[in-house]
Design a protein around this ligand. Structure first.
Ligand SMILES: NC(=O)c1ccc[n+]([C@@H]2O[C@H](COP(=O)([O-])OP(=O)(O)OC[C@H]3O[C@@H](n4cnc5c(N)ncnc54)[C@H](OP(=O)(O)O)[C@@H]3O)[C@@H](O)[C@H]2O)c1
Length: 291
């Protein structure tokens, strides 16, 4: 990526992990966020609120690659739309106004675009009928990017990430440690995840390969049953396995119905290999590091 000028819009956990490897590649990397005080070494800070079109005059010139990895602060629909759809639009318009035509663009989307609940396998060809606004907003943002890219005749990829975990992202560890984790009876409940470093490397991969463009499922090699993950973590930490509880009420099941197995076959077929192929390698490293 030497010689490229890469804008990472939303330089948080994934964005910073990506920025680090891109700097090591020899690229000029710009880290955009509202408070860019603690970016990795070698990353140029760009202080912009994506929701404010008037701030786009601060964008760097000559951007050759764009990554959008910002995350909404709250899980309210207006906050989602403000960042993922309007923020992305503001950014694309701002880049166009400043004369940049990135040849490669990647949007970090989510496996939340899939509404399947029966434990079935899903991939890039599967139906996207999300039950809630969050998945719908992600699809809208994917469409904004795809439409802009097709007008420019450049490649744009939407990387649909599963649950991101990694150093400092200890939600599951905390659940098991605190004894609040429970295993709901009534059949397997599949979950899909990706280590933050693999998520960053997958974005980098999509910035480099010829095949780039369209949707990509970004999860590790192994969808995992929620309960198998809890049990494995409990065993590793020498704690009791979580209690089995009867299936939740209809209303609760409706709210937490996600149950699908996401396939990373397209990503792997394009040559990508995971450093953390399953939750076991990732959490083993986190536990060894004291997380
Ligand atoms: N968390 C998951 O499990 C998951 C699953 C699927 C997909 N994703 C997607 O993956 C991407 C990366 O996630 P992450 O975990 O790396 O997120 P993160 O660590 O929370 O970082 C998000 C970044 O966005 C910036 N940001 C938020 N609002 C902004 C605004 N209005 N203007 C400019 N910058 C803004 C934040 O910086 P400031 O606060 O300084 O602005 C922060 O640096 C996101 O697009 C997320 O939606 C996440």
């Amino acid at each position: 990526m030497k010689g490229e000028r890469i804008l990472v819009a939303g330089c948080g956990d994934v964005g910073s992990a990506l920025a680090r490897v891109l700097v090591a590649d020899g690229a000029s990397v710009f880290g955009l966020r509202r408070r860019p005080d603690h970016l990795p070494p070698g990353v140029e800070p760009v202080a912009i609120d994506l929701r404010r079109p008037e701030e786009m005059t601060r964008l760097p010139a000559g951007v050759t690659c764009l990554v959008f990895a910002a995350a909404a602060d709250s899980s309210a629909e207006d906050a989602y739309r403000a960042v993922y759809v309007n923020g992305l639009r503001n950014l694309l318009n701002g880049l166009a106004a400043s004369g940049s035509v990135p040849a490669r663009m990647v949007f970090t989307s989510s496996t939340g675009v899939y509404g399947q609940t029966g434990g079935e396998w899903v991939d890039e060809t599967s139906a996207t009928e999300p039950p809630g606004f969050s998945g719908r907003v992600m699809l809208e943002a994917e469409a904004v990017l795809a439409e802009h890219a097709s007008r420019l005749g450049v490649a744009a990829s939407s990387l649909r990430l599963g649950g991101i975990y990694g150093p400092g992202r200890t939600r599951l560890l905390d659940l098991v440690r605190s004894g609040r984790a429970t295993c709901v009876e009534g059949g397997p409940r599949w979950t899909n995840r990706i280590h933050v470093e693999d998520a960053a490397e997958a974005v980098r991969h999509l910035l480099r390969i010829d095949e780039a463009g369209g949707a990509w499922v970004g999860v590790d090699d192994e969808p995992a049953e929620q309960c198998a993950v809890y049990d494995w973590l409990a065993d590793r930490m020498g704690l009791p396995r979580p209690p089995r509880v009867p299936e939740a009420s209809e209303a609760r099941r409706g709210a937490n119905a996600s149950n699908k197995r996401c396939s990373n076959r397209r990503l792997r077929a394009s040559g990508f290999r995971f450093r953390f192929p399953s939750f076991r390698e990732g959490y083993a490293e986190m536990l060894a590091a004291g997380d």
